[in-house]
Ligand binder design. Structure first.
Ligand SMILES: C[S@@+](CC[C@H](N)C(=O)[O-])C[C@H]1O[C@@H](n2cnc3c(N)ncnc32)[C@H](O)[C@@H]1O
Length: 242
């Protein structure tokens, strides 16, 4: 995942001293957040971040959004005193009962923005989505999954090696040659390990209208995703406004 630590001049600034901490958001993420969250700069809204670490990103949100309520959840948060608008809660990102309590207490109408910067493990990330997206993210809200590229890290808990290179001229290739006119569906294999696999799975939810049209019996109860935007390291899901 990107790890440039260059100083920058935008309005989102991590606190001094955080640039050397590899667990804190890398600098290339900040312009993406500026683009996403710029319309909220003067608004009163609620932001939930899963994954607190040293509290650097919570401070950044607090300072950039003077009317926002900021909530951080972490398995083992440090003692932090970040003022009355910042709430730090100990707990698991996928604990449904905890999330219900946090929402009832701090965001009764639901969160406007949820950022998952916690485990970076596909299954846990999926469980948080299940717990939070439909029930606790407001209509029109934004759900961000950071560092999903852990699925490319061979040593990560649920990461793994690629089985083919990214050469552009291999886009139409597979282990067995792809043949138009084959009686079987044609699979275009891709890396589907860990959080990378989760992202690719979510595309099926974006396509729920097409699935409903083509195979209505397969729709079930999908996530209502209006759009899915993917950068290297950051995924953004937008929930429909109505
Ligand atoms: C990448 S750090 C967060 C960095 C922080 N958001 C920032 O940008 O400064 C990840 C944090 O997630 C926490 N974490 C890992 N698994 C978790 C889980 N299942 N539930 C809650 N927090 C978790 C870790 O304790 C760690 O503090």
């Amino acid at each position: 995942m990107p790890n440039s630590r260059d100083a920058r001049s935008g309005w989102l600034r991590l606190p001094e001293g955080s640039a050397t901490d590899a667990a804190v958001k890398p600098a290339p993420y900040l312009p993406i957040y500026e683009q996403l969250l710029g319309p909220l700069r003067k608004e009163a809204f609620t932001l939930l971040e899963l994954g607190v670490w040293g509290g650097h990103s919570l401070q950044m949100w607090r300072d950039a959004f003077p009317r926002a309520t900021i909530v951080g959840v972490d398995l083992a948060p440090p003692e932090l005193a970040l003022g009355p608008r910042v709430h730090v809660i100990q707990g698991d990102q996928a604990d449904a009962a905890l999330m219900r309590r946090v929402r009832d207490e701090l965001a009764p109408t639901g969160f406007d923005v949820i950022v998952d910067d916690a485990s970076h493990i596909g299954i846990t990330t999926a469980r948080s989505l299940q717990v939070l997206y439909e029930r606790h993210l407001r209509a029109g809200g934004i759900y961000v999954i950071e560092d999903w590229g852990t699925g490319y890290l061979p040593d990560w808990q649920d990461g793994g090696r690629m089985t083919s290179t990214l050469d552009a001229d291999q886009l139409d290739s597979a282990d067995t040659p792809l043949q138009l006119g084959s009686p079987e569906p044609i699979h275009m294999p891709s890396h589907d390990v860990g959080a990378v696999g989760l992202l690719k799975r979510l595309i099926d939810h974006v396509a729920r209208g097409t699935v409903r049209y083509a195979q209505p019996e397969m729709v079930g109860a999908p996530l209502a995703i209006e759009s899915m935007t993917v950068w290297d390291g950051i995924l953004v899901l937008r929930k429909p406004a109505v």
